[in-house]
Design a protein around this ligand. Structure first.
Ligand code: MRU
Length: 335
């Protein structure tokens, strides 16, 4: 199904099997569960993360909530819906996936195969994401020049999606077709999705790369080392304003200063046309211990107050194009 010898999310024998992303790249540990509460917790603590992957996992979790069909089914389903919807607020894919499963539930209340209908919906969402990743990769690669060096931020590959990735798949297809020769992966403080997860994926895919601390990006631009920046998205407003991992906005500003293309890559399901601008995006604040501890090692006083947004919003005027499974959108954005 995928390019490498690891599986990010798999559904087998009515159980979800996922790789625990908090342990990568040092330990490749898989968790197998059919408990929606365990999956909700996994999303909350970023064992499963990345907007499309969160959506896929939540769809399976919601379907699994009624595995023991009973008279309490309606109550259980609603509790599971609420619990999963409260895990992370920013990625719209979560709510889109939950609502897709809920629609099947609402329309088939009396069906004796309700559980299987919900599981089939979750499988469909997963398969759909695999297909979308391919289209995003194919569309995005058209924008790249031969032998480009790309900078990316956070993690957008197989780990972050149901398929081969969004921005990562553009990079991967670019590498395979000679359009990408080298990748710089931002470390992505504080949870290191770049230096841990993107590095893991680049290494598995055999793509030459270096990791760098987020604050080294400007120096790299100044040395004229970067041809394009490609990142993913957690939610895109109707005007193209884009929420993505904290630090993305900084890169977009740098791209404008150095006149370098700044691309967003995301499935159509990441576009939330119900909101007109990025001001309406709910930005998740994380616990301050994510700054005071790294992997259980305390690095500063935990009583220091901390500013902890998990995402920022890049204004649409800084975005060169939004690559989707449907097409590449150029500004002014209209979806
Ligand atoms: O907090 P995370 O690790 O879930 O944040 C993930 C990102 O910001 C990704 O860039 C985004 O979800 C796109 S994933 C294809």
């Amino acid at each position: 199904m995928t390019m490498s010898d690891f599986t990010s999310l798999k559904f087998e024998n009515n159980k979800l099997i996922y790789i625990n992303q908090t342990k990568l790249p040092l330990v490749e540990e898989y968790v197998t569960t059919d408990d929606y509460e365990r999956i909700a917790e996994a999303i909350e603590i970023l064992e499963i993360r990345g907007a499309p992957a969160i959506g896929v996992a939540a769809a399976y979790a919601l379907a699994l909530s009624i595995k023991n069909e009973s008279e309490e089914q309606h109550k259980t389903f609603n509790e599971a819906y609420q619990r999963l919807a409260e895990t992370r607020p920013t990625a719209v894919n979560l709510f889109w996936a939950l609502d897709s499963v809920k629609e099947i539930f609402d329309n088939n209340q009396t069906s004796s195969s309700l559980f299987f209908l919900l599981i089939n919906k979750a499988i469909e969402i997963h398969q759909d994401d695999i297909n979308k990743c391919e289209e995003i990769g194919n569309n995005g690669v058209e924008l790249l020049e031969k032998d480009s060096t790309i900078l990316t931020h956070c993690n957008t590959g197989q780990l972050a999606t149901g398929g081969n990735g969004t921005a990562f798949n553009v990079i991967k297809k670019g590498f395979e077709s000679g359009k990408v020769k080298f990748v710089y992966a931002d470390e992505t403080r504080p949870l290191l999705q770049g230096s841990r997860l993107t590095a893991f994926e680049l290494s598995k895919a055999g793509i030459p790369f270096e990791i760098l601390v987020d604050s080294a990006a400007a120096t790299l631009f100044a040395k004229e080392e970067i041809d394009a920046v490609i990142v993913g998205a957690d939610r895109i407003a109707a005007n193209g304003d884009t929420a993505n991992k904290i630090g993305t906005f900084n890169l977009a500003v740098l791209c404008q200063h150095f006149n370098i293309p700044f691309y967003i890559a995301a499935p159509i399901s990441t576009i939330d046309t119900s909101i007109s601008s990025g001001d309406e995006i709910n930005i998740e604040m994380r616990d301050q211990t994510e700054l005071s501890f790294i992997n259980d090692v305390q690095v500063t006083n935990s009583n220091y107050d901390a500013y902890t947004p998990a995402f920022d919003v890049t204004p649409n005027e800084l975005i060169t194009a939004i690559i989707t499974d449907r097409k590449n959108y150029q500004p002014p954005f209209s979806f």
